[in-house]
Design a protein around this ligand. Structure first.
Ligand code: SAH
Length: 332
């Protein structure tokens, strides 16, 4: 008897996403960090309508995010993950859906499937990055999302890859520099640069101990990137169609120091485990950014077209892999 109910909850799953997103926007889990609170007290604290907040909480109790005791509500261990102060907090990710432009783009998925076009651009007439540039608040939430999602990836990458013999690292499209920070902290001989668009790029590391080995360059990876022995390229190529990926890879290939490496960090399609996560991220890239997730063979083909070659795939112990590439000729 499981199947019809499962199908129904899949079909209505977006309602749960919407409820979670509002809870995140209101900061309910932060409000409950100190322990259970009565709904009236909570409603006053987050400036919500008390009766309606109770209805929202009823859903979130039913899915196990909050618990109710005698009219008071508390975080469950799941609800705790929506607290802002948790490392890798999912609050920013949940808040992203509060951007009506993102929500509407997913409502336009059918257009993407019929035409192959990016729903976001078809609907709004601008690309995702321009939208974020024009909406600083949304830009900040997106940057927080990537920083939170990347926080657990940073250590995994820093531990999995041997940076011996390399001196300088550029985090290409590095955003808040979370990945770079983990790599510099673990490998003290490296100096690092975060490279991203001017309205995004991290001005300084969160850890002051890294300041002397840290620099920042603003620009576009479609034009040029600073020279380096190693490029970290995490969650970048999946944002773009093949022709744009080639431009990014060629920028890196052109500036790579002799003997240097390109380290692409992505969820690789076709690897066992995380099939659903990979498949959904792939659709998200289609809908909002115009990119896609790729198989190892597809990455290898992209590298080759950009004058690079895939030299190995390094597992990190988490769903993301490191695809190491070097120049096809001239470097080793
Ligand atoms: N590497 C980071 C951020 C990935 S999100 C991480 O994994 O956490 C994609 C990043 O690409 C964003 O920070 C965005 O600002 C950046 N980006 C988009 N277009 C860019 C361009 N033309 N040049 C440089 N960075 C760009």
């Amino acid at each position: 008897m499981g199947k019809p109910a499962d199908l129904q909850s899949m079909v209505t799953g977006f309602r749960v996403s919407a409820a979670l997103s509002v809870a995140a926007e209101l900061g309910l889990s932060d409000q409950l960090a100190g322990g259970p609170r009565a709904v009236g007290d909570l409603a006053a604290a987050v400036q919500a309508d008390e009766d309606t907040l109770r209805r929202l909480l009823r859903v979130l109790v039913a899915v196990g995010v909050y618990a109710e005791y005698d009219g008071s509500f508390a975080n469950t261990t799941v609800g705790e993950e929506l607290r802002s102060d948790r490392p890798g907090s999912l609050r920013p990710l949940a808040r992203l859906l509060q951007d009506p432009a993102i929500w509407a783009a997913w409502g336009h998925l059918g257009h993407s499937v019929r035409t192959g076009a990016t729903a976001f651009e078809a609907l709004h007439g601008i690309d995702l990055w321009t939208h974020r540039q024009r909406n600083p608040e949304q830009n900040a939430i997106f940057n927080d999302t990537m920083a939170a999602l990347s926080s657990y990836v940073g250590d995994a990458v820093a531990n999995a890859y041997d940076f011996t013999g390399l001196a300088s690292v550029v985090d290409v499209g590095g955003g808040q520099g979370v990945l770079l920070e983990a790599v510099l902290a673990r490998h003290e001989h490296l100096t690092g640069t975060v490279f991203d668009l001017p309205h995004v790029v991290a001005k300084e590391p969160r850890s002051s101990a890294l300041e002397s080995r840290w620099s920042v360059v603003a620009g576009s990876f479609f034009e040029a990137v600073p020279a380096a022995d190693a490029y970290l390229v995490k969650s970048i190529l999946h944002d773009w169609p093949d022709d744009r990926c080639l431009q990014i890879l060629r920028s890196c290939a052109a500036a790579l120091n002799p003997g240097g490496v390109l380290l692409v960090v992505e969820l690789v399609l076709g690897r066992p485990g995380n099939e659903l996560q990979a498949a959904l991220t792939d659709l998200n890239m289609l809908v909002v950014a115009g990119g896609r997730e790729r198989t190892e063979a597809e990455y290898a083909a992209l590298f080759e077209a950009a004058g690079l070659r895939l030299t190995r795939v390094v597992d990190t112990g988490i769903p993301m892999s490191i695809l190491e590439a070097r120049r096809s000729s001239g470097g080793s």
